[in-house]
Design a protein around this ligand. Structure first.
Ligand code: NI
Length: 585
């Protein structure tokens, strides 16, 4: 029961966003190994650090104080890269042959040199030179002593191939491996060996981290050889989590990590080191930033992988662009930048200061700069002031119905709400009656018909009465008109056919429908009208082979068809004019 309660609490905490989703489990199968380099730093240590950085691997350096004095920047570099810095005495004596005060002097002198090189006061595990120790040595050094469990004998062979072979043929989980960074053969052999260990699934850790993860509390006066026989498995140090919350003036950044861990972070995208800022409490970012952070339990020897998080500021609200007869007004809280030539606006573009006039066919593109601290620029808004003065946000220039929409609205054949056209919306019977009525010149009508579902206050009322009296769009036997019902494409053909003045003479051959695979689904009563409409080029398929007679007519289709119908009327009347002129000669 207890376990279930904890699981439930965890689930609730995750759901509430309190805990990071990635909960580190204890991985009992993870193989660990600690590689150590003695006697340096030396002239090959930088090359070694390059190779370790490339592989994202940390090791432990048992440094001689006398060499750390010569290469302080190498010591600092190794420390900041997350390697464990440890002591190998000042100048490599047999500690077993020294007095206790001489031993203490070897230890303290080296510690001061290392402290100075890395810039902070630290504790340093110690490896006795030659592995020579006794009870006096252990009780005098005041720090844990570290031996090894795998000796590569690299100082003897001076052969990279042999160093490599020693590592890969003898390695065991929990090993502490002895190498020396004084020889280029050791550096080369070690890096090749590390590649092989990584391939075999080993995690390379510092000595301090190896002991911690195997449950060993390293204590002064004790000597440690390996963690080969330790069966405890603790997880590595968790990466910090980054939580971002919008607040007034910016983004509040909260970093969190394992209990007891210290978090080091940068905000400029560079890799964090022990020299980076130490996280104390949540902070507010007023600009965007890349947060990189790692957590360290003991900085000298155990740290997590680096977490990277992009923090972006919220955007200002996009400006609202409106126009009336080409008079453009832009509303926004921040400074508005705009262009009128179709190009993308930038902060170098014109700044909006008040309403201005544009010519037909102008694209107005604008964005708002930050309206307050902690914001970035808005997304872009745009408006087209069309060729005839209609700017619809849902009618893109270049769409197949663009110019037809422009024309039918300019001619007053179809009505809109002024900002959108709803091209994909179905044409209703009421709308159709109005389009046909206006196409016919909005003739006067006595207006005696009544429908129970059409109010005489409706803007379509007169058109509906006219269309009914002309027998073009007729009502139902129960005295209703169903003004909001959609009009199918074959119904549209029928009604246009009825409207066409010369309807006794179909303008097309019977076979005009043959190319459409769904021609057979045209209902009998609509067949003549559909043949006429397709033959006249008034209605075309929704594709080359699909006529879609039962599909709803869209408002975009109506716009295009209305324009074609008008063109037919005009060409018929000019043909009549021409024949009239001809007869006059
Ligand atoms: Ni040594």
């Amino acid at each position: 029961m207890k376990r279930r309660a904890i699981a439930l609490l965890l689930a609730l905490a995750v759901a509430a966003g309190v805990l990071p989703l990635q909960v580190c489990a204890v991985d009992s199968t993870q193989k660990l190994v600690a590689i150590t380099f003695d006697d340096g730093p030396g002239k090959y240590t930088d090359e070694l650090l390059d190779g370790l950085a490339e592989r994202g691997v940390v090791v432990t350096f048992f440094m001689q104080g006398c060499n750390a004095e010569r290469y302080p920047s190498v010591v600092q570099r190794a420390y900041e890269a997350g390697h464990q810095i440890a002591s190998h005495t000042y100048d490599h004596p047999y500690l077993t042959k020294l007095s206790t005060s001489e031993i203490r002097s070897q230890v303290s002198k080296t510690a001061s040199i290392l402290n100075e090189a890395i810039g902070v006061s630290n504790t340093y595990m110690l490896r006795p030179p030659y592995g020579a120790y006794n009870d006096t040595v252990l009780s005098t050094i005041g720090t844990p002593a570290i031996y090894w469990s795998l000796d590569t004998r690299d100082w003897e062979s001076r052969d990279a191939e042999k160093v490599y072979a020693q590592i890969v043929s003898n390695v065991k989980d929990g090993d502490i491996i002895l190498l020396h960074d004084l020889y280029s053969s050791s550096v080369e052999g070690a890096l090749r060996g590390i590649d092989a260990l990584l391939e075999q699934g080993y995690e390379l850790v510092t000595v301090r981290e190896l002991l911690r993860r195997r449950g060993v509390q390293a204590e002064a006066g004790e000597i440690y050889f390996s963690a080969r026989k330790n069966t405890v498995n603790l997880p590595g140090i968790s990466q910090p989590t980054v939580t971002v919350t919008a607040v007034d003036g910016g983004q509040l950044v909260t970093l969190s990590a394992d209990a007891g861990a210290t978090i080091y972070y940068t905000l400029d995208g560079t890799a964090p080191t022990s020299g980076s800022s130490v996280y104390v409490e949540p902070f507010v970012l007023e600009t965007g930033a890349t947060v990189k952070a790692f957590a360290a339990l003991d900085l000298n020897g155990g740290r997590s992988q680096v977490t990277t998080a992009e923090v972006e500021l919220p955007r200002a609200q996009a400006p609202v662009i409106s126009q009336e007869n080409g008079q453009v007004t832009i509303t926004a809280v921040g400074t508005v930048y705009y262009t009128l030539d179709g190009s993308e606006p930038t902060e170098a573009s014109t700044v909006y200061t008040g309403p201005f006039q544009v010519a037909a066919g102008t694209w107005i593109r604008a964005f708002s700069g930050p309206a307050q601290a902690g914001q970035r620029s808005s997304l872009e808004s745009c408006l087209l002031y069309s060729a005839r003065g209609n700017g619809f946000s849902d009618v893109e220039p270049g769409s197949w119905y663009y110019s037809a929409v422009d024309a039918v609205v300019a001619n007053g054949w179809m009505t809109t709400d002024g900002t959108t056209f709803s091209p994909e919306e179905a044409l209703t019977r009421g709308m159709l009656a109005s389009v046909l009525y206006r196409l016919s010149g909005s003739p006067d009508t006595a207006g005696t018909l009544q429908y129970s579902d059409v109010s005489d206050a409706s803007p379509d009322w007169k058109a509906i009465v006219w269309a009914s009296e002309q027998g073009i769009v007729t009502g139902y036997a129960d005295g209703t008109f169903h003004p909001d019902d959609p009009v199918t494409r074959e119904e549209l053909a029928v009604m246009l056919y009825r409207l066409w003045p010369d309807r006794e003479t179909p303008g097309a051959q019977q076979d005009v429908l043959d190319g459409y695979e769904d021609a057979g689904s045209v209902r009998a009563y609509a067949l003549d009208a559909m043949r006429w409409a397709v033959g006249a080029g008034l209605i075309k398929g929704t594709s080359e082979t699909v006529l879609a007679p039962e599909a709803d007519t869209t408002r975009a289709q109506m716009a295009v068809i209305a324009l074609r119908y008008q063109a037919m009327v005009q060409s018929a009347s000019s043909a009549a004019d021409e024949s009239g002129e001809g007869s006059g000669q």
